[in-house]
Ligand binder design. Sequence first.
Ligand SMILES: Cc1cc2nc3c(=O)[nH]c(=O)nc-3n(C[C@H](O)[C@H](O)[C@H](O)COP(=O)(O)OP(=O)(O)OC[C@H]3O[C@@H](n4cnc5c(N)ncnc54)[C@H](O)[C@@H]3O)c2cc1C
Length: 396
Amino acid sequence: MYLILGGGLAGVTAARTLRSLEAVGEIVVLEAETSPYYLRPGLIEVLAGRRTLAEITPFPRVWFEHRRITYRSGATAVALRPERHEVELASGETLAYDRVLLACGAEAARLELPGADLEGVFTLRSAADVERIRTRAGEVSGSAVVGGGWLGIEVARALRDHGLSVALLERGPWILCRQLDQGGAAILAGVLASQGIEVQVGVAPAAIRGKREAEEVVLADGNRIAAGLVVVAAGIRSRVGLAQAAGLTTKQGVVVDDHLATSAPDVFAAGDVAEWAGRVYGIVAAAREQGEAAARNMLAPGSVRYPGTTPSNKLKVAGLDLVCVGDTQPQGGPRRELRHADPAGGRYVKFVLGTEGELHGAILLGTPELTDPVEELARAGVPAEDDLHRLLSSVA
Ligand SMILES: Cc1cc2nc3c(=O)[nH]c(=O)nc-3n(C[C@H](O)[C@H](O)[C@H](O)COP(=O)(O)OP(=O)(O)OC[C@H]3O[C@@H](n4cnc5c(N)ncnc54)[C@H](O)[C@@H]3O)c2cc1C
């Protein structure tokens, strides 16, 4: 029997791949959540009230039945015993497997500070979290979002859609620091301000105060923000507990080799729970690609090598297109930059040039029309300064 622990994207992809290649074997997916399988990125839309959970549920039960995949919702694995090839469920039931896939994903990182466990303080990872946040949003008027990455920004916008005041708090010097430079982030912060979101950078929450429920966030500099609802969007932690207790090698995630095999025989891992080449990706594309490669290796060990996932360089943030090409924030070396900043129009373009005027990197915010020509110039690697000036004046 092929047993899959976790019925998210990695687990379901593995189950479908297994079934497409193996007609007869038994495939069982154990999923802790009680809701049917849904597309996790769609939760932002559900939070904003633009879609329902049903609308982000791609496969009805019958889809699994037709493929003879047993998808058990509300079934939590509590122990993995590789030496006995068995898994124990919270109900006390044990299941024997031939090969097992750990696809139990990650949970949202929590804040370690006074008041972090008050009512009204949430993270966003599951459909149940969305329900809790939506309920609270109907009861309060002020909110704060901790973490100015992509998820934090989108949560802030969703809370604005509920009519709440929103402060977006980022510890670093600017928001979306993995994708944007300071100039681009300032333009994005302006766009968010025009949408009613107050962005504060270089600030760290020191405590959340309230009697039983959150009432305000106290920052390290003593400033206070009235917030009956606080959402923490500060990264993820792979769920390594099961694997750790079973004696598997874990670091940030469950360590896997190029075949998605863990350190224990017949135990594989994929998706947000897995660490490959020192990296937990935490993105859809990696969960899908790893889920598929793991399934192939579960069927025929060592048959498929996972080459790594290239994260997409395109993002939709605050309703704007953001494209990052190549090296956008070079450290050292003789580099020149060309820029165009249009705060009112929410547009920002930066080109990073090499010594010959060749394009090394680009940030394009709010200018999707430049994506194709810029990607082409970056690929070509030839002197391109005149072309780049022309592109800049086309958006100026
Ligand atoms: C709100 C939100 C928006 C996102 N948007 C994007 C986006 O736009 N683009 C992008 O690339 N990525 C996005 N991500 C990240 C993306 O959703 C994840 O990378 C992806 O879902 C990982 O898939 P997974 O199957 O590894 O883990 P998960 O989706 O977390 O699934 C793991 C499943 O395992 C279950 N489980 C855990 N422990 C057990 C157990 N012991 N027994 C049984 N079941 C268990 C969990 O309940 C869960 O359903 C977003 C994430 C969130 C939360």
